[in-house]
Write a protein that binds this ligand. Sequence first.
Ligand SMILES: [Fe+2]
Length: 282
Amino acid sequence: MTMLESSTNNANDDNRDLPSDSLNVLQLSDPHLFADPDGRLLGMHTLASLQRVIKDASKRLPSTDFTLVTGDLVHDASAAGYSLLKKELLHLNTPTYCLPGNHDDPKILNASISGNPIDTPFSIQKKNWSIILLDSNLPGSTKGHLDEKQLSRLQKTLSNHPNHHTLICLHHHTVPVKSKWLDTMILSNAEDFFSITDQHPQIKGVTCGHIHQAFEATRKNLLLLGSPSTCFQFTPESIDFDIDNKPPGYRQLTLLPNGTIITKVIRLKHFSNSIDMSSSGY
Ligand SMILES: [Fe+2]
C-alpha cells in the first residue's frame, strides 16, 4: 500500500471529484494540551502547534463534514486543559467527536466536553456510515485495553447497524508498528477486538492516535490507520523513544458511499525547532 503524504501549503485538498454523498473527515490526534495555555512538552508549545494545525486544516479542507480527535487530548488530565481544547476545536466549525487516550481522564473529559458541536459520543451514524469511538484507556497504564463494557457496546452497535459501512476509532494501535518501545504500549487485548471485527464485514477501517506518526496497514481487508500528532512526532521503527523531525500533521479521510476509504496524511510545512530532540522520554 502506498502511503500518501502531502506538505504543500498552498494546495486545496478537497475531494471535489468524488461522489457528492461522500463524507469528508478530518482526524486530529494527540494535541497534549495543558491547563496552562503556555504549557510545553519536550520544549514544544503544544497549544500553539494545535492552533497552527487547525488553521491549516480549515484552509485546506473547507468541506470537512466532521472531525475526530483520537486521544491524548490533554497531557495533564485537567478540566482547564479540556476547556482550552474545546475553545480551539470550535474554530474548525465542524461537529467534532473526541475520545480519550492514556494521558486523559475519561471522567473529567466527559464532564468537560459534551453536547453540540464538540462531543464524546460512543457512535454516530451519518449517511450510510457508522463511526464508533472506543475508550481504550487503562487507568495507570500507557497500554491500552478494551473492557467488557466497551466490547459489548461495540458488538451491539455493529449488530444494530449491519448495513452501515463502519469506521472504528480508538487511541491505541491494534497491531505492532515495528517500533519496539511503542509496541509495549499497544492495545493489550487486540485479540478480543479482532474477534469481534472479524464477524462484521461492514467494518472498513480502524484509525488510531498514540503512535504520533503516519501508519497504514491491512488486516483481512480491514484498513488500519494511525495519525500524526498535532505536536511532535515519533520516529517510525525506532527501538527506543526517539523524536522525528517531521512537522505536525493530521489525517484526511474520505468515506465513499460504496464503503471505500480514501485517506492521506497532510503535514505543516515547517518543523518546530523548539523541540528538545535529545529527550529520552516524557
Ligand atoms: Fe500522545
